[in-house]
Design a binder for this molecule. Sequence first.
Ligand code: ADP
Ligand code: F6P
Length: 324
Amino acid sequence: MAVHRIGVLTSGGDTPGMNAAVRAVVRRSLSFGDVVLGVYHGYEGLMNGSVKQLQSADVHGVIQRGGTILRTARSETFKTPEGQEKAIRLMEAYEMDSLVVIGGDGSFRGAEALAKRGVNVMGMPGTIDNDMGYTDFTIGFDTAVNNVISELEKIRDTMRSHDRVAVVEVMGRACGDIALWSAMTGPTDIVLTPECPRPWEEAAAHLVQNRLLGRYTSLVVIAEGAGKAEDFAKFVRETTDVDIKPVVLSYIQRGGSPTAADRMLATRLGARAVELIHEGKRNRAVGIRDNKIIDVDICEASGHSDNFDEELYNLHGVLNKIYI
Ligand code: ADP
Ligand code: F6P
């Protein structure tokens, strides 16, 4: 059986579960007798030679840790042909025959660029945003949603004590999944997402109506792609007499120990990425669909947009209406 020299890196925004993914890649590779080369600081490290061989002990005790032990980066230089050539020369120097890239859609576009230059890449979807439509879930999304709902509950307690309203801004770039899933599973009356834009006048009127019907405390979750909490609060204050506080959750939602679901996803995908290399497959992206691990061409994966669930969005509206 062929032995491989496999590089692994994490890139773009860190996510809880990246370490579980690295652990699975390392241990599954070692089970085949491969050499695993950890590349630090994403594509920056691939250009600058920030590489270290990883042994089993290097990934001991990391499955429960948030962030990424390999560190991460966003690299403008890597987007250039010169940057990509430099990365390829580095891979040749280390005799890496394959590279596992754990990151979001930007990182996948980087992987695709390397694939087009002859490198064998395996993509693993690591982003809290869940904006990669070829897979039902990305690594880190579940933890981010759990982080958000735990903060929403705290905010709800203090808002209720004062009969106040809050608008909470969550991450997701152009994708409303974190907002929608947090709204569905946390104490949220209104959710604003980029995929289903709702006029702010209507949302503000909804808040006034809630109060008329006896609900003095309402929580609005706004996806960053749908606008800023500060702007929505200003709009509501200027057009109604509702007392509303803006809250931006920011990086709180991206850190912390990964949930069991994220650890499981990362572990299954990491092992599969290595198995694909041993099956002689090239340039694939692993993902999960209907709870089955799947793989698609890396170009197909990086070209996919998100798969926002409009039915779920409508159901949130139905379940959070006040029925009298
Ligand atoms: P994420 O992977 O979380 O979406 P980014 O969009 O910042 O994060 O992408 C991570 C890195 O991937 C970028 O900093 C860049 O180095 C690389 N990258 C992004 N887009 C491209 C591209 N079109 N070509 C080559 N590399 C890219
Ligand atoms: O892609 C992950 C993400 O956390 C987005 O949700 C957010 O818009 C962005 O990264 C923040 O980027 P940065 O880490 O550069 O502040």
